[in-house]
Design a protein around this ligand. Structure first.
Ligand code: PXP
Length: 239
């Protein structure tokens, strides 16, 4: 299973002082040199962490897949169509949220999502949609023309009781199988850690995971290369 490293929280530390360090671009280089298949950044409307400059520099420096997470707003669509990352992941974005809250509900946002998918694909950008692990949403993602679905693993990650963990894990697994059957690539992400990645790594239908907070938290202590290498070992062990 491939690992895309989300470097947003390197930028969070930088923005805490409105300084120039640490630079997420530096972290991205180290992550890729250690074996990450690519880099993910979320350019938020509020520019809380990642800045436009980061996406521009990463566009020129990321060797693997640069995945830009963003909302379907016109502002973000303009940025994506100008910078042309390899891939865009469409996410819901709420004011004041600490992190992305749940998957994008394609059913209630169908027109905006369909227009975004068409516009991005016309620029040669692969489009992923971040959705709850729900077969109906997978079907809607297919209907609006997405290439990939990123299945929200946050509820699985937060589950505490064993039966709840099992139930939420099963939703992710079933949604991944459904995605593959519909011809969509399945990715996973949100809330994944060194402790809960094992079962997700065993889902062969999921090609790739996107991990940010836990990995950057570990990198602060042990360094980026060690943090990425440890996660890659866990992903390999699951296969
Ligand atoms: N995938 C999506 C769509 C996200 O919005 C985020 C958070 O930015 C992640 C994955 C990574 O989540 P985490 O930081 O919990 O690993």
């Amino acid at each position: 299973m491939r690992l895309s490293v989300n470097v947003d929280h390197i930028a969070t530390v930088r923005q805490a002082r409105m300084a120039s360090e640490p630079d997420p671009v530096w972290g991205a280089v180290l992550a890729e040199l250690t074996g990450a298949c690519g880099i993910t950044v979320h350019l938020r409307g509020d520019r809380r962490h990642i800045q436009d400059r980061d996406v521009r520099v990463l566009r020129d420096t990321v060797a693997g897949v640069l995945n830009l997470e963003m909302s379907t707003s016109d502002e973000m669509l303009d940025v994506a169509c100008e910078l042309v990352p390899d891939m865009v992941t469409l996410v819901p974005e709420g004011e004041g949220e600490l992190t992305t809250q749940g998957g994008l509900d394609i059913i209630t946002n169908e027109d905006a999502v369909r227009c975004a998918v068409e516009r991005l694909q016309a620029h040669g950008i692969a489009v992923s949609i971040f959705i709850d692990p729900d077969v109906v949403q997978v079907g809607r993602a297919k209907a609006v023309g997405a290439d990939i679905v990123e299945l929200h693993t946050g509820i699985y990650a937060e589950a505490e009781e064993a039966d709840e963990v099992e139930r939420e894990f099963e939703k992710v697994r079933v949604a991944a199988i459904a995605a593959n059957e519909m011809g969509l690539a399945a990715h996973g992400g949100h809330g994944l850690t060194y402790l809960n990645i094992g079962p997700i790594a065993s889902i062969t239908e999921i090609e790739e995971v996107s991990i940010g907070h836990s990995l950057i938290a570990r990198a602060v202590i042990v360094g980026m290369e060690a943090a990425v290498a440890e996660m890659l070992a866990l992903l390999d062990a699951g296969e």
